[in-house]
Design a protein around this ligand. Sequence first.
Ligand code: NDP
Length: 270
Amino acid sequence: MTDRYAVFGNPIGHSKSPRIHRAFAEQTAQSLRYDAIEAPEIDFAGAWQAFVDAGGRGANVTVPFKQDAYALAQVLSPRAQLAGAVNTLMVGRDGQIYGDTTDGVGLVRDLQAHAAPLEGARVLLLGAGGASRGVIEPLLEAGIASLTIANRTVAKAEELALLFAAKGEVAGCGFDVVEGPFDLVINATSASLAGDLPPLPDETFAAEGLAYDMMYAAEPTVFLRWAAEHGARTVDGLGMLIEQAAESFWLWRQVRPDTAPLRELLRREL
Ligand code: NDP
């Protein structure tokens, strides 16, 4: 039976994951099938079980199922435990369900690919939702000097900061008290989806600062446009999507695909 993989979400029609993983499989000569599965919102576990019964070996998990996947996994990686979410599931040789998260690694690899300031950098992370939580530890491990988490709901930023306080210099606050300049500003809010801009001071960016928006689109997001107007270099989240997929692929197949050709291809298709 062909090994099956899939991405679970709801909705899932827009997902680029099948495109990415099929390209990885072709590039690395891995024989596998990869589908997009729209699970019912109230029965992720049932959809997963049906998939495993049909030869499913592993899956990516996206909105709104990352917490369901976390609950379903029988063995969690340390980074998934810290992130409180799972974006990659895998059926082990022992039949157990393994849960991991590759979003943080994906972000840091993409930042490195863009020569982003990391070692010793002052970093501002906008947002305190699932995406934000999953990238904090990998950013700290990449050697940044300090992390400020700013969020619309201030208490959530403060809670996150407290959770990671033992691992580095981390502070939480609201947008109105953000004090720059920062070498790197990462937008992990979903504000860009609605065309909104978190209210930040004009002096947010250091000289040669970099602005990163986890969202990606054919046109620059409102955050990236604002950042460019304030002198920052800008990068969107397409590369993060591809890098987190490559890490999942490696977990499943123990083969690391080359992400460079996909970056160019998907950019042209946006
Ligand atoms: P969540 O729903 O968990 O969190 C949303 C966050 O955005 C919260 O901090 C929320 O603040 C904030 N927010 C929402 N609307 C606004 C607004 N109008 N102004 C200011 N802040 C706002 O989402 P996720 O963390 O899962 O995802 C965040 C973004 O990251 C999404 O755009 C997602 O597509 C992207 N992403 C990209 C990935 C990639 O591979 N490129 C991977 C994962 C995520 P509050 O707490 O006050 O509600």
